[in-house]
Each structure stands twice: as C-alpha cells, then as structure tokens.
Ligand binder design. Structure first.
Ligand code: RB5
Length: 152
C-alpha cells in the first residue's frame, strides 16, 4: 500500500511521526512536504499534491494534517475524484471509510494527540467500505462534481 502524506507547518511534527508509524507497518509513504516545520508554509499546494496523487492512483490514498484539518480538507476536496474527510475522532473515521470511502484523511494536529492520530489512521486504513447502498451516493458525488465542472 502506498500513501501520499503532507502537512503545513502546524502539522509538520505529527506528519513526521505518522510517516514513521506508516513505514513501521510496511506502508510506502510519498512525503509531499514540507521538509521542515520551523517556517510557515501554505497548505493549499501541499493538499493539491497529496490529493492528486490519490486521485490519479499513484497512491492508494492520502493523509493531510494542518492545525485543525479544515483548510486541508477544503483544499483536497477541490481535486476531482477526491473525497476528503476531516476526522478528529474515531467514530467519524470509521464511518467516513465504511459509508463514504474517503480517499484522503485529514486531521488537526492542534486537536488530536499523536496517539489518537495513529488510531484514527489505523481505523481509516483497516475499515472496509461497505459498498451496497452507499455506492449510488458516491456516484451522486461524482455526478455533482462533473456537473459543477461544466457550469461556467
Ligand atoms: C495555521 O496556523 C492554521 O491556520 C492551519 O494549520 C489550519 O488549521 C487551517 O485550517
């Protein structure tokens, strides 16, 4: 499994620890930056890079971390094909995967502990998509995306 991973300055430390957490579980990580956490960095291009890799199939999914996870989730959801979900607790993480099959997980480093971020990540990775009645809803999201792209 391959995961694209990124953060802004606020999420840098958590990203680095989460990268090691993933590597320890034999997951390949494409680190989209930043390479340091001591300078402010814009989250939009990093979210775009992580999300495009997930949308194109270059990775199996993406993880994005900023202070709240809000900016990252909004930015990632602008990328066609992306269903990014902000999960700062376990209940949301479970259903974001089982019902919505999110392909980008966003978390807030100022909200969750490192331990909780790892538990959320594990739940997201290990929970299967339920499929069935949820498939038409994902198709509706795709249809909405296509429709909005055609609207000037
Ligand atoms: C950075 O200070 C902060 O605004 C950012 O990490 C994030 O929380 C935005 O959603």
């Amino acid at each position: 499994m391959k995961i694209s991973l990124g953060s802004d300055h606020a999420g840098y430390e958590m990203k680095e620890k989460l990268k090691q957490f993933l590597l320890d579980r034999s997951i390949t990580v494409m680190d989209c930056g930043p390479g340091r956490g001591d300078q402010p960095v814009e989250y939009v291009p990093i979210a775009q890079n992580v999300a495009q890799k997930a949308a194109s199939g270059e990775t199996d999914g993406g993880i994005l971390i900023c202070g709240t996870g809000i900016g990252m989730s909004i930015a990632a959801n602008k990328v066609p094909g992306i269903r990014a979900g902000l999960c700062n607790e376990l209940f949301t993480a479970r259903y974001a995967k089982s019902d919505v099959n999110i392909n980008v997980l966003c978390m807030g480093s100022r909200i969750v502990s490192q331990r909780m971020a790892e538990e959320i990540t594990t739940l997201w990775l290990e929970t299967p998509f339920t499929g069935g009645r949820f498939i038409p809803r994902l198709q509706q999201l795709k249809d909405l995306e296509d429709e909005m792209r055609q609207t000037p």
